[in-house]
Design a protein around this ligand. Structure first.
Ligand code: ATP
Length: 442
C-alpha cells in the first residue's frame, strides 16, 4: 500500500474533489468569488456526516450538553463587548510596486524584507485590518444600522446563557454546542477549503465553576483528541500544541490547538481555550444584565468560567479527506481508495447491476428502492463493473451491492467491501440487516 506523497496529495485531492463533486469553487462560471467554496453532491453528504458525528458525540451522547442555533446577524454591541471590533485584526502590508497584500506575520522575511510576489523591497508599514465583514441592516446605510457577519459562533452562545439556564434548568457544569456559518475577511485565504472567507464552525462552550476549569480543560482536550482518533485513525497525523503566552487570544488563559499534518504542513484544526469569565463579564458590562449563576445548594452567586472547543467543519472535512486518501497498485495501475470512516462516507452503499439488461436493471432498481429508506445510497449501471467499483472506492463508498444474472433465479446479491475487496453472497430478503451489520448506523 502506498500513500501519496505529501506534495502530490494536495493536487490529487483537490482534483478529485472537483472531478467527483466534493467541492467546487464558488461562482466558478464568473471566475470564482474569492476564497469561497461550494460543497457538491458528494461533498455535502460528507460534510453533513462530519457535523452529524460531532453533534452525536458532543450533544446526543452526553448528559451535560444542549444545542443551540443562533442567528448570524447580532446586535452590533455584541462585537464591541466581545472585543472583536477592537481586536479582531491582522497586520496588513501592501507592496508599493506590485500592490499585492500580505499578512505581515506570514511574510518570510518580515515586513521590512522583500515582497514574496515581485521581490522588490517596497513593503509598506503594517496596518491593522479588521477581519469582520460589515453590512447594514434596514434600508439606510449609516452608522446606526451597521451590523457584522459573525466571525465566530461562540458569541451567540454567551448572549443566550441566561435564556438557556432558565429554559432548561441546567446546573453547572454544562455545555452549549452550536454549528453554524462564520465569516472572516481573510487577507490571504489559501489552501483550498483550509482558509476561506465563509466557513462553518462547530463550537462548544462549557460553563463551570472557576476552580474546576483546569480539570474540565484537560478532559475536553482528551475528548476532542479521541474524536479525531475514532474517526480518522492515523494518530501520527494529529498533535496537540500549546500556545505561548504572546500567541494566545485576548480572552484565553490557556490555549491548545489540535493540529493536523495537512499536505502543506502542521496547521490548526481545532482550538481549545480556557476563556475564563471574560465573555460573560463583558456582556454583563455592555448589556447591563447580570450574567451570573446562582447555586441554590450552596447559596453562591458567581460568573462561570468557560472552556471552549472550536473546530472548523470545513477544515475537519479536509483533514478527514487527507487522512482517508490511499492508493494501491492493482491490475489496471493504481486503485484510489478513500478509506473514510463508515459514519463519514457520503454513500454507505452503491447498487450496481452487472449489465444494463432490462431484467437486471429492474431487479437492481427494486433492490435500491428497498435500501433507500435505510441507507444513503447510490445507483450506477454505466461502464464495466470493475470501473464502477473503482468509482465508488474513489468516493469512499464502503459497500457495493452487485446484482448479476444468478440474482434473477436465486434472489441473492453480492456485497463487496471497499477496504479488502472481499465479496459475500446474501439473500435479498436479508440484505438490509446484512448491510446494517457492516456499516453500523446509517
Ligand atoms: P488561524 O490561526 O488558522 O487563522 P484561528 O486561530 O483564527 O485560526 P479560531 O479563531 O480559533 O481560529 O477559530 C476556530 C476554528 O475555526 C479554527 O481552528 C479553524 O478550524 C476554523 N477556522 C478559523 N478561520 C477559518 C477560515 N478562515 N477558514 C476555515 N476555517 C477557519
Amino acid at each position: 500500500m502506498t500513500v501519496a506523497t505529501e506534495a502530490t496529495l494536495f493536487d490529487k485531492l483537490t482534483s478529485l474533489a472537483k472531478r467527483r463533486g466534493f467541492v467546487f469553487p464558488s461562482s466558478e462560471i464568473y471566475g470564482g468569488a474569492g476564497a469561497t467554496w461550494d460543497f457538491g453532491p458528494i461533498g455535502v453528504e460528507l460534510k453533513n456526516n462530519v457535523k452529524r458525528a460531532w453533534w452525536r458525540t458532543m450533544v446526543q451522547e452526553r448528559d451535560d450538553m444542549v444545542g443551540l442555533d443562533a442567528a448570524i446577524l447580532m446586535h452590533p454591541r455584541v462585537w464591541e463587548a466581545s472585543g472583536h471590533v477592537e481586536n479582531f485584526t491582522d497586520p496588513l502590508v501592501e507592496c508599493a510596486s506590485c500592490k499585492h497584500r500580505f499578512r505581515a506575520d506570514e511574510l518570510p522575511e518580515g515586513a521590512t524584507g522583500a515582497c514574496p510576489n515581485c521581490g522588490e523591497r517596497r513593503l509598506g508599514e503594517p496596518r491593522r485590518f479588521n477581519l469582520m465583514f460589515k453590512t447594514f441592516v434596514g434600508p439606510v446605510e449609516d452608522e446606526a444600522s451597521i451590523a457584522w457577519l459573525r466571525p465566530e459562533t461562540a458569541q451567540g452562545i454567551y448572549v443566550n446563557f441566561e435564556n438557556v439556564v432558565q429554559a432548561t434548568r441546567r446546573r453547572l457544569p454544562f455545555g452549549i454546542a452550536q454549528i453554524g456559518k462564520a465569516f472572516r475577511n481573510e487577507i490571504t485565504p489559501s489552501n483550498f477549503i483550509f482558509r476561506s472567507r465563509e466557513f462553518e464552525q462547530m463550537e462548544m462552550q462549557y460553563f463551570c465553576r472557576p476552580a474546576d476549569a483546569p480539570r474540565h480543560y484537560d478532559e475536553w482536550m482528551e475528548t476532542r483528541r479521541q474524536w479525531f482518533h475514532d474517526l480518522a485513525g492515523h494518530d501520527d497525523l494529529f498533535r496537540l500544541r500549546e500556545h505561548a503566552a504572546d500567541e494566545r487570544a485576548h480572552y484565553a488563559a490557556r490555549a491548545f490547538d489540535i493540529e493536523y499534518r495537512y499536505p502543506f504542513g502542521w496547521k490548526e484544526l481545532e482550538g481549545i481555550h480556557n476563556r475564563t469569565d471574560y465573555d460573560l463579564r463583558r456582556h454583563a458590562e455592555y448589556s447591563g444584565r447580570k450574567l451570573e449563576y446562582f447555586d441554590d445548594v450552596t447559596n453562591e452567586r458567581f460568573v462561570p468560567y468557560v472552556v471552549e472547543t472550536s473546530v472548523g467543519a470545513d477544515r475537519a472535512t479536509f483533514a478527514f479527506l487527507c487522512a482517508a486518501y490511499d492508493e494501491e497498485p492493482d491490475r489496471e495501475g493504481v486503485r484510489v481508495v478513500l478509506r473514510l470512516h463508515r459514519d463519514l462516507a457520503p454513500y454507505k452503499v452503491a447498487v450496481l447491476p452487472l449489465s444494463k439488461r432490462p431484467e437486471l436493471s429492474q431487479l437492481a432498481r427494486s433492490v435500491w428502492a428497498r435500501l433507500r429508506p435505510h441507507f444513503m445510497s447510490t445507483y450506477d449501471e454505466t461502464q464495466a463493473i470493475g470501473r464502477r467499483y473503482r468509482r465508488q472506492d474513489e468516493i469512499g463508498t464502503p459497500l457495493c451491492v452487485t446484482i448479476d444474472f444468478d440474482s434473477l433465479n436465486d434472489r441473492a446479491v453480492t456485497i463487496r467491501d471497499r477496504d479488502d475487496m472481499t465479496q459475500v453472497r446474501v439473500a435479498i430478503e436479508e440484505l438490509v440487516p446484512a448491510l446494517r451489520e457492516r456499516v453500523g448506523r446509517a
